[in-house]
Design a protein around this ligand. Structure first.
Ligand code: NAD
Length: 262
């Protein structure tokens, strides 16, 4: 039990995958949670959670979501910047077979908007609330790709690397307000959301393997020999959000089964 009673969290992209699990773990430990996602019914409430329809790339939408958290639950104590998109793309389609898998300006702008601009907009609006109460925690969901650079995912890696730099810099700016800023860098996690057929097809092409070969490719590269569980990410985030992690700020925690040292 991490004792999150009395705390209010916002989880972006909390309607599915890793985000949904983070929402459930925060609720289980006593927090109230505002789920901010593109998909879902605005204003829907259930056992301590409240859904706000929100596009993390739009300032008005983000400001509205933060204002709603204050209106409905009274404060913002925890922000989890989790919403993210990943389009596997080669810098150059050197095989010349699938030009649609070459990184276009549009793909670039889309990933930067969701993965980099979204966390900035949410952190800015939330930090203003946190400063008023002289406490808060911002948790940015980065990726192992942001630490290591992933072939076929250079733009995604760059946006996730940006989030790590934001984390270091914001921790330095906000420490005096008793606000901690931490990032997590998951490796390969057993999500279904991201693994659509079109994602797998693009990933396989950019890695030069078949779609069937992707799973073997994953497990061979992970020392623990398996993908991470969703609950393992939720547990880590809930711990980082709690006062037990009170002296951790500015850092990025790699959670990849030993795939990379981070
Ligand atoms: P997912 O696709 O299952 O969930 C992402 C959620 O974000 C969805 O609910 C989606 O609706 C929401 N979203 C997307 N764009 C949005 C926008 N503009 N505004 C509001 N919400 C938006 O993905 P996931 O696998 O659960 O990934 C969650 C986070 O974890 C992402 O930041 C991802 O980059 C990161 N991550 C995932 C893995 C993995 O293996 N799945 C590994 C490392 C990092």
């Amino acid at each position: 039990w991490l004792g999150l009673e009395g705390k209010v969290a916002i989880v972006t992209g909390g309607a599915s995958g890793i985000g949904l699990n983070i929402v459930n773990e925060l609720l289980r430990n006593g927090a109230k949670v505002v789920v901010a996602d593109l998909y879902g019914e605005d204003g829907q409430q259930a056992d301590g959670s409240y859904f706000v329809r929100c596009d993390v790339t739009k300032k008005e939408s983000v400001d509205q979501a933060v204002a709603t958290a204050v209106e409905v639950f009274g404060s913002v104590d925890i922000l989890v910047n989790n919403a993210g998109v990943n389009l596997p793309r080669l810098l150059v389609d050197d095989k010349g077979e699938r030009p649609e898998y070459e990184l276009s300006e549009r793909d670039f702008d889309f990933m930067v908007a969701v993965n980099q601009k979204g966390p900035y907009l949410f952190a800015q609006a939330s930090a203003k609330e946190m400063i008023k109460q002289n406490k808060g925690v911002i948790i940015n969901v980065s990726s192992e790709a942001g630490q290591e650079g992933s072939a076929g995912q250079s733009c995604y890696s760059a946006t996730k690397g940006a989030v790590i730099a934001f984390t270091r810099a914001w921790a330095k700016e906000l420490g005096k307000h008793n606000i901690r800023v931490v990032a997590i860098a998951p490796g390969i996690i057993e999500t279904t959301g991201l693994r659509t057929d079109s994602y797998n097809e693009a990933l396989a092409y950019t890695r030069g393997v078949t779609v069937d070969g992707l799973n073997t490719d994953y497990s061979k590269s992970i020392p623990l020999g398996r993908e991470g569980k969703l609950t393992e990410i939720g547990d880590l985030v809930a711990y980082l959000a709690s006062d037990r992690a009170g002296y951790i700020t500015g850092t990025t925690l790699n959670i990849s089964g030993g795939k990379s040292r981070g």
